[in-house]
Design a protein around this ligand. Structure first.
Ligand code: C2O
Ligand code: CU
Ligand code: CU
Length: 430
């Protein structure tokens, strides 16, 4: 996607057609008429105003996922934009890979599926001072899955029940899955690389699909950052689980591969067409002055010993008569009924309890994972996170602290169909 920088950015949301599958035109809802939308690049410490002009036939809400944002600019699910809105992002946060996407109440799933998602990168001096791969060796990768109808249009079940076919989840309750895996809007792309280090900012922007990423032939994915920016130190993964909404900033070194060889990014959770994500074709040797330093940053620890209270968030399926609802603490989302009122500046311990796979997401501030089922966190839980995959019949303990902005925000499942089926809760910071 093209990059846009500057303190003022205007994005027009409109309908367009994009050639995604060869020879077919797919109707999309696009930021500036494209999917993914333009990559907005901000500088930490400097405010960015993004004006969203809505030329779509539906109302929208724009959420900056991972943004440290005042409530009136957070894209609250009922703060709908019919015409235009200036979203003001203060930039009071460290360098990180953020993304922006639609957040309209009850319609986030179909509107994101149609194309309303893009990257928003925050850069800062700390990160710039590191010798990480940069320029055309630093590439954001937005991974999604989609199902297509014969004419090339997206087959989202609730848009047209007739379009259900293998590849679209039969059971819509689990979320919508597609049989085509795309990176930056292109199906199974091939990227030509030099035999050097690359930095990939991986985002799972799928509605419901989880991936377990690995390179074949085998090579490590060296994680340098998480949802909330740089880690203290690199973490080496041979397999990397990525749930919807999560970001992993990784460095891959292609120096061990001879020119002419292919390296595939695989999805070990997939089968058939969903087991491959993309391919790298190593074309030539080249000089490489990049490095991954053993110390990347100093991440402040939220000390659980200083927590002022604990809260439990229970994510579960409830039966209301013959209706099934995805709920938080037994309740469906009520935008005007906050379920919690955390105090700004105070550390809290949150326990997320889950009956199925639910990627838990919180707005305003990131958190730190303390434990899974009382055991130490997974290697992929390191650093500041704003989304964490809670597995079936698991509980995850988090340390969270909200800062700066008083007002209303949400927690929700980032399986977008679960979110639309009411698995979201309001909270108010004070
Ligand atoms: Cu990425 Cu509230 O969402
Ligand atoms: Cu968010
Ligand atoms: Cu869920």
């Amino acid at each position: 996607p093209p990059q846009v920088t500057g303190d003022r950015v205007t994005i027009t949301q409109r309908q367009a057609e994009q050639e995604i599958l060869p020879g077919l035109r797919t109707p999309i809802f696009g930021y500036d008429g494209r999917w993914p939308g333009p990559t907005v690049v901000s500088r930490a410490g400097r405010p960015t105003v993004v004006t969203h002009v809505n030329d779509l036939p539906v109302p929208v809400a724009v959420h900056l996922h991972g943004g440290h944002t005042p409530p009136e600019h957070d894209g609250y699910p009922t703060d709908l934009v019919r015409d235009r809105h200036d979203y003001v992002y203060p930039g009071t946060q460290r360098a990180a890979t953020l993304w922006y996407h639609d957040h309209r109440m009850d319609f986030t799933g179909p509107q994101v599926y149609r194309g309303l998602a893009g990257f928003h990168l925050v850069r800062d001096d700390e990160e710039d001072a590191l010798p990480l791969p940069r320029g055309d060796r630093e590439i954001p990768l937005m991974i999604t899955d989609r199902a297509f109808a014969e004419d090339g249009s997206f087959a989202y079940p609730s848009l047209d029940p007739e379009l259900r076919r293998p590849g679209v989840a039969e059971d819509f309750m689990e979320g919508v899955l597609g049989d085509v895996v795309l990176v930056n809007g292109a199906p199974w792309p091939v990227l030509e690389v030099d035999a050097v280090r690359y930095r990939f900012r991986i985002l799972n922007a799928s509605n419901a699909r989880r991936y377990l990423l690995a390179l074949r032939p085998g090579a490590p994915l060296v994680q340098i950052g998480s949802d909330g920016g740089l880690l203290d130190a690199p973490v080496t993964h041979t397999e990397l689980p990525v749930a919807p909404g999560e970001r992993f900033d990784v460095v891959v070194d292609f120096a061990g591969f001879a020119p002419g060889s292919d390296v595939t990014l695989r999805n070990l959770l997939g089968d058939g067409t969903t087991s491959d994500v993309m391919r790298f074709r190593v074309v030539r040797t080249a000089t490489d002055d990049s490095a991954v330093p053993p110390v990347l940053s100093r991440v402040e620890r939220l000390d659980p010993g200083r927590a002022v209270r604990t809260r439990e968030w229970r994510f579960s399926l409830e039966h209301h008569g013959d209706r099934h609802l995805w709920t938080v603490n037994g309740d469906r989302f009520a935008p005007d009924r906050p379920q919690a009122e955390p105090l700004l500046g105070q550390i809290e311990i949150w326990r997320i309890v889950s009956d199925a796979h639910h990627p838990f997401h919180v707005h305003l501030n990131p958190f730190q994972v303390l434990a899974r089922r009382g055991h130490p966190p997974s290697p992929s839980d390191a650093g500041w996170k704003d989304t964490v995959d809670v597995r079936p019949h698991e509980y995850v303990d988090l340390a969270v602290r909200f800062t700066d902005y008083a007002g209303r925000y949400v927690v929700h499942c980032h399986n977008l169909e679960h979110e639309d089926m009411a698995m979201m809760a309001a909270f108010t910071t004070r």
